[in-house]
Design a protein around this ligand. Structure first.
Ligand code: FHN
Length: 413
């Protein structure tokens, strides 16, 4: 894989996903019926007819939406890129499209191009912009695929030629450099069709990456299942798309929020296995970010301000042989970061054969007492004594600078 094109992605490690479309207006309920699935699927799951669902556009007026504030927040939260749903499965474009009037500028009283507002704000604040585009499912277009429906009578090739490809061309030519296109749910697309989209993207923006959900393993990086994290270090680039509660689009019923501790733990696990964490917010009908999301992300942002060096730009390292409760490793050249996600006064690690140069708490730089010895069983042993005031941190990150570039984890003998 071309390393230069991938460089920003590998460094970033943490991105903001934004799911926003007409579904935000229903917020998980249509005509008194609640959906028991993710909120952005409500049109499909409650069988809302196209002619009814599209009426939502005539009321879409998110006067509280502030692209600049969201991008500033994303920076504050420590995110290094932002991914916005330019068109989700519902088929509604959140930018002005010449190929379908079913878009946020031409079909709503709001009349403003949301992708444009985000692109401008990203450019202003130095944030990498990426766009989600649902290339196969389009529940508004008569020839777009629809999960759990009979798609046999559809002319999918026509949909590709007349909507998907022209719209991709628009988002790749009108909004400046795009970090990647996040394709999703390829369904029955053939390999040739997926390849055609890959070629299109690369012909318009050679550096633009492609998500794993293009299908047929043609992505520049692998996309895991939603909220699924690999159990082991992965030898190729990957990203984990994930929710803060149980839905991507806004739902007024879902209050099952993860807490900052959950998120930090997941972030550390994902980084230690070599991946990026793409964490979602779902603004409501007025364009407001749910307060609960912001609160959690604020706390994670505070953690990253002190400990970001142990996440950004880290690389997957070989598995460590012992299972130490709540302990994970991340690394970059000559630095091994030891994350301990529980209170402790001390920690002993066996079978690390590096030559340590110094050990300190990452957030404060405070030196940590370290005993480096060989046990009578013949194993290397590192023992750390934590300063008392760090006993109750969510994640106490120790940095051990080592003479060798990468950790030397010894096998069991
Ligand atoms: O169907 C979508 C879903 O609505 C959401 O966009 C997620 C994000 O990864 N992707 C699909 C399901 O995997």
């Amino acid at each position: 894989m071309d390393t230069d094109r991938m460089q920003w992605f590998r460094e970033a490690r943490y991105g903001l996903f934004i799911h926003w479309g007409l579904y935000a207006m229903l917020a998980g309920e249509y005509e008194g019926r609640k959906t028991d699935n993710i909120a952005e699927w409500i049109m499909n799951d409650l069988d809302i007819p196209v002619a009814e669902y599209e009426k939502l556009a005539a009321q879409f007026n998110p006067t509280e939406f502030d692209a600049d504030a969201i991008v500033r927040k994303a920076k504050d939260w420590g995110m290094r890129y932002l991914v916005f749903t330019s068109k989700h499965h519902e088929g509604f474009a959140m930018y002005q499209s010449a190929y379908s009037r079913y878009n946020v500028v031409d079909a709503t009283p709001y009349g403003r191009d949301v992708v444009r507002a985000l692109a401008d704000a990203c450019e202003k604040h130095g944030m990498k912009l990426c766009l989600y585009y649902s290339q196969a499912q389009d529940w508004h277009d008569p020839n777009g695929y629809r999960a759990r429906y009979d798609n046999s009578g559809k002319d999918f090739a026509k949909y590709l030629e007349e909507k998907c490809i022209p719209q991709l061309r628009e988002i790749l030519t009108e909004y400046g450099a795009i970090g990647y296109i996040w394709f999703d749910t390829p369904m029955e697309m053939t390999r040739a069709q997926s390849e055609r989209l890959v070629e299109l993207v690369h012909s318009l923006q050679p550096d633009c990456l492609i998500s794993g959900r293009i299908g047929h393993a043609l992505g520049d990086f692998m996309t895991t299942g939603d909220n699924y994290i690999p159990a082991f270090p992965v030898p190729r680039d990957f990203e984990v798309p994930a929710t803060l509660n149980g839905t991507w689009g806004y739902s007024r019923f879902d209050h099952n929020w993860k807490n900052p501790k959950d998120i930090i733990r997941l972030m550390v696990k994902i980084a230690s296995r070599g991946g990026n964490y793409l964490l979602n917010i779902g603004p409501d009908a007025l364009g407001r970010v749910p307060e609960e999301s912001a609160k959690v992300l604020d706390a994670v942002g505070a953690f990253l301000r002190g400990n970001g060096d142990a996440i950004y730009g880290t690389r997957a390292i070989p598995p460590y042989v012992y299972d130490i409760d709540d302990c994970y490793f991340t690394a970059k050249p000559h630095k091994l970061f030891i994350h301990l996600l529980r209170p402790a006064e001390s920690l002993e690690l066996l079978n690390i054969a590096n030559t340590p140069l110094k050990a300190y708490l990452l957030d404060s730089g405070k030196p940590v007492e370290m005993l480096n010895r060989v046990t009578c069983e013949g194993d290397h042993s590192w023992k750390f004594i934590y300063p008392g005031d760090h006993a109750h941190q969510v994640d106490t990150v120790l940095c051990v600078e080592t003479q060798e570039e990468w950790p030397i984890f010894e096998p069991l003998r």
